[in-house]
Design a protein around this ligand. Sequence first.
Ligand code: GDP
Ligand code: K
Ligand code: MG
Length: 296
Amino acid sequence: MTEKTHKAGFVNIIGKPNVGKSTLMNVLVGERLSIISSKAQTTRHRILGLMNGDDYQIVFSDTPGMLKPKYELHKSMMSFVNLSLEDADVIVFVTDLYETDNEIEEVIEKINHAGAPVLLVINKIDLSKENKLEEVTQYWTERIKADTVIPVSALENFNIERIMQEILDRLPVHPPYYDKEELTDRPERFFASEIIREKIFTNYKKEIPYSTEVAIDQFTEDDKLIRIRAIIFVERSSQKGIIIGDKGKAIKHVGIQSREALEAFFGKQVYLETHVKVEDDWRKNKNKLRKFGYDQ
Ligand code: GDP
Ligand code: K
Ligand code: MG
C-alpha cells in the first residue's frame, strides 16, 4: 500500500426508523456496535464504526431514524442526521419493503441535493412476497436519485458484499482518518450505557424505553474484571416503579441480560450495579440533554 492509493471516506447510513440501519451497520462492521430493537427510535446518537482494510478505511455512521421532531431530544437526533448528510462521501439510504416517504420529504430533498452518491438499499427482502421488491424499487427510485439499488437482508447476511463493493468503488483516495487499529470513535462507557439501554428497550413497553436514559457513573477495569455502575434515569416516579418491578424482578432481569451482553462485548467478566433515579422531563430540557451527551 502507498499513500497515493489508500482510500478512505465517510459512509453514512440513513433512513426511517426501524428499517434495519443499525443491524446493517453491525453486519458491515462485523461488530455489534449499534443497539437494535424492534422499536422505532432506539438509536439516539450518531455512532461511528470503522472498517479497516490494507488499503482502505470506511468510516460508517449509523444515525437515528429520520422523523419529524416532536420534542427537544428529537431535535438533537435529527441534527445528527443532517450533520451526517453534510460530511458524507457515500450515502447509504436504507428502506425496507413497507416504509414510505411520509414525514421525511424534506430530508429526501436534502439527500438528493447532498452531492454524494446515494446507494439505495432495500432491506428485509427475506420477508419479500412476489412482485413486492419490484414495486418498492420503483417507488423509491422515483423519489431518491440513487446511483444503484441493492436489495439485501441484513438479518440473513444476504448481498452485504455487494454493498461493500459498491462503497469501495466510490470511496475517495485519502489517508485514513482514524487509527487503523480502532473499531469506533466512542469510549467504552458509551457502549456500556447503550447496551443497557438496549435491554431496557427490549424489556419494557410503551413510553418506558423512550423516557429512559442511562448514565455510567463508574467504569473501572483490572486484569480480570470490569466494574460498572449505571444510573437509569426516568422522567417520573411512577416510571421508576415500573423499571424496578414487583419485588425488583424487572430490574434484576435487565441487570442479568445487560451483564451477559456487556461480557460478550468487552470479552471480560463484568460486575454491574444499577440504580434508578428520576430526572423530571429530561427529554424536554436542553440542559439536561446536554448533560446526557446530546450536544448538537
Ligand atoms: P433501525 O431503527 O433502522 O436502526 O433498525 P434496527 O436495526 O434497530 O432493526 C429494527 C428491527 O428490524 C429489528 O427487530 C431487527 O431485528 C429487524 N431487522 C433488521 N434487518 C432485518 C432483515 O434484513 N430482515 C428482517 N426480517 N428483519 C430485520
Ligand atoms: K429500531
Ligand atoms: Mg438504529
